[in-house]
Design a protein around this ligand. Structure first.
Ligand code: IVH
Length: 674
């Protein structure tokens, strides 16, 4: 196709380049030479330079070497990818059909489908070729995973249908694939995936699409966008239409006429659920006649013409073999159930947290009991009830321990608290957990310092605390001779340790494990004080004047920096060259009117989006943005239709600024041009 229209030319070039990329990266062959490919790419680059307004995030010019440059590009969905409301029982299903009947007089047909436990995906085809694939993202904007979608065998790259068409469905991983993947993970000493959904998510959102390829993902497609364009009148017809085009459509969809038939479908599917080779977590009930959708309507989150019946969590009987105690990095003692290996919702459970003494006593758990277990939120194993009719005479009643299971020191509990603590800061369990935490990805990000390695380094006496990590190089020779380690992994570990010295302050603050200081608070503190010395000088009054920091947290921070062991630790880290400064110090204009002010935006702004306004205020003007109005707020910027935040600002006598003044000030300060 040759065209003089620049937009058409751009689109045509993008399609061609995507096709050649697909051939090159996936089929290992190409119908054009490298030179021809480069020529087309240069044409597209030139055109996009001339018409920058047409650059889209998914353009091949925005990708580097077949992969995405840093993270996935964003794609705005043609229509929002909504979620589904949930129902849990017959009564709620009846209420749903009643609401539908009220909206459209009477609905005679529904389609029941499996609710596949995976991740939703949108696929757009033009001229019979898969052009874009996107994740759901926030529903409005998703991530461009086109290259990854090419790796999924059940997603056709070409369909025999030339009109533009968008379909949506679910990417999932089958039980068999998960089992195989976890065997490999285990052999490579990598963490296992807890379930099919997590594994599918981890496999789809991979910047390296070769990983996606190796993970054998699968799909079921269930939504046709703009079905009326193709003369499709019902959801069931849409499913058949998409099946005919070559999409994988779940075979269990069924037309039903009323609530009784919906209930029979649910009952039937529940019985067959354990035999299905993939995870489902419920039944989606959809009005069949598509014409009715517009009169029934949507809420802003979910359609009113469909709902999801969620299966109750699978409760499985299991034997409680023992109750053991673990010690966290703060010294908190947690009792854990040791369970005879039992399969629950796709994975084998051997442990479950029992939280604290009261929890066990309330349930009257005894060692040797048969209990029920389920997965809370379908992920975390949880103990249900004791099956008293199966209790044996020799079941052993629970008795709380009085000393730390690891260091034997006496353990303590505040009167009105539920948890016991080991207060010995040298307790080996606390040290182990604090070193693991220090090295975590979100903390100092030292790759190679996972639980097994940290435990080994502690056991061998190469480290005794986090500061010793920076002296590990002294054991380079010994480390390289540990079975399974070798030259390369030790060099990598030492390099990662060295690199961590250059982290910005907020990572160190999080890594230190100060009580209550999570990632977010660490960032607030780093931004507020910029150096650890300034933070160590701050008192409770100064700390609690900061937005989001309350008095108790302030006290914990002050107490942490009073402790001589902690001061010594920080001094050692400093001596090793660990950075103690905020490296994200903004290049904000310190003379800006907004500099250092805590600002809340409310209402809609007409000259700029709220997120752009926040970004200008934060990055260019050095303001601190807050989401709610409190007495720590300095200024509330008020757009159209401002609500309760404005009322609160007035009640607290906080300065407000209207949109026009805000706009004029930004222009005056040169932050926006017009
Ligand atoms: S229809 C407007 N059908 O469940 C919403 N969704 O909890 C259209 N899901 O985001 C969704 N199986 O990812 C639909 N047969 C099915 C489904 C299904 C799984 C997922 C989908 C949705 C989520 C809502």
């Amino acid at each position: 196709m040759e065209s003089n229209n620049p937009i058409e030319k751009i689109i045509h070039l993008r399609e061609l380049l995507k096709k050649y990329e697909y051939e090159y990266y996936n089929l290992n062959q190409s119908s054009v030479s490298d030179a021809e490919y480069d020529k087309l790419m240069n044409q597209l680059i030139d055109l996009e330079k001339e018409y920058p307004q047409y650059i889209t995030p998914d353009s091949p010019t925005q990708r580097v070497g077949g992969t995405f440059d840093s993270s996935f590009k964003k794609i705005k969905h043609s229509q929002s990818m909504l979620s589904l409301s949930n129902v849990y029982n017959e009564e709620e299903i009846r209420a749903f059909t009643q609401r539908v009947d009220e909206a459209v007089e009477k609905c005679d047909e529904y389609v029941c489908e499996c609710k596949i436990d995976g991740l939703s995906i949108s696929l757009i085809y033009e001229n019979g070729t898969l052009l874009h694939a996107a994740t759901r993202g926030d529903g409005v904007t998703g991530e461009d995973i086109t290259l990854n979608a090419y790796q999924i065998k059940s997603i056709p790259q070409h369909i025999d249908f030339k009109e533009k068409i968008e379909v949506r469905g679910e990417v999932y991983m089958s039980h068999q694939v998960l089992d195989e993947l976890n065997k490999i993970q285990e052999a490579e000493h990598k963490p296992l995936f807890a379930n099919c959904r997590n594994a599918a998510a981890g496999s789809l959102r991979q910047l390296d699409y070769q990983i996606t390829k190796s993970r054998n993902l699968d799909t079921f497609i269930y939504t046709l966008i703009k079905p009326e364009s193709y003369g499709i009148k019902t959801q069931y017809e849409a499913l058949m239409f998409m099946k005919k085009l070559g999409f994988s459509v779940n075979p269990n969809a069924k037309i039903v006429k009323n609530v009784d038939e919906i209930l029979t479908y649910i009952q039937d599917l529940s019985e067959r659920r354990p035999l299905l080779p993939y995870d489902i977590d419920g039944v989606v009930i959809k009005v069949n006649e598509l014409d009715l959708y517009s009169s029934i309507g949507n809420t802003n989150k979910a359609p009113k013409w469909a709902t999801a019946y969620k299966f109750p969590p699978e409760e499985v009987p299991a034997k409680l073999l023992d109750i053991i105690f673990t010690v966290g990095r703060t010294g908190r003692i947690t009792p854990n159930a040791v369970i005879e290996p039992t399969k629950v919702a796709g994975s084998t459970i051997t442990r479950a947290s029992l939280h604290n003494e009261d929890y066990i006593k309330q349930k009257d758990l005894r060692i040797g009991d048969t209990i029920t277990i389920h997965k809370a939120g379908d992920v975390i194993p949880e103990v249900g009830d004791v099956l008293l009719n199966r209790r044996e005479k020799d079941a052993i009643p629970f008795k709380m321990i009085s000393s730390c299971p690891i260091c034997n020191e006496k353990i303590y509990k505040e009167e009105d608290e539920a948890d016991y603590y080991c207060l010995n800061i040298s307790c080996p369990a606390r040290v182990l957990e604090s070193v693991i935490h220090f090295c975590e990805r979100k903390a100092m990000n030292i790759d190679g310092m996972g639980e097994a390695n940290v435990k080994m380094l502690l056991d061998k006496g190469y480290i005794e605390n986090v500061a010793d990590i920076y002296e590990l190089y002294k054991y380079e020779y010994e480390l390289k001779h540990i079975p399974g380690w070798g030259e390369k992994s030790v060099n990598n570990l030492l390099a990662a340790i060295e690199k961590s010295k250059k982290n910005s302050l907020e990572r160190l603050l999080f890594a230190l494990g100060i009580l209550q200081v999570g990632e977010k608070t660490a960032k607030i503190l780093a931004n507020e004080f910029n150096t650890i010395d300034a933070l160590m000088d701050a008192d409770v009054i100064r700390l609690s004047s900061i937005d989001n920091i309350g008095e108790i947290m302030a006290l914990d921070i002050v107490n942490f920096f009073k402790e001589s062991k902690n001061i010594e630790l920080i001094m050692r880290l400093k001596a090793y060259g660990v950075n103690m400064e905020n490296l994200n110090v903004s290049h904000a204009d310190t003379s800006s009117f907004f500099y250092n002010k805590t600002i809340v935006l409310t209402g809609t702004l007409s000259f700029i989006s709220r997120s752009d306004a926040s970004s200008i205020l934060e990055n260019m003007c050095g303001a601190k943005m807050a989401s709610s109005v409190s007495k720590k707020t300095d200024l509330v910027i008020v757009g159209e239709q401002a609500g309760s935040k404005l009322d609160k600002a007035n009640a607290l006598h906080i300065q407000t600024m209207d949109e026009q003044t805000f706009h004029e000030l930004l222009i005056k300060e040169g932050k926006v041009l017009f």
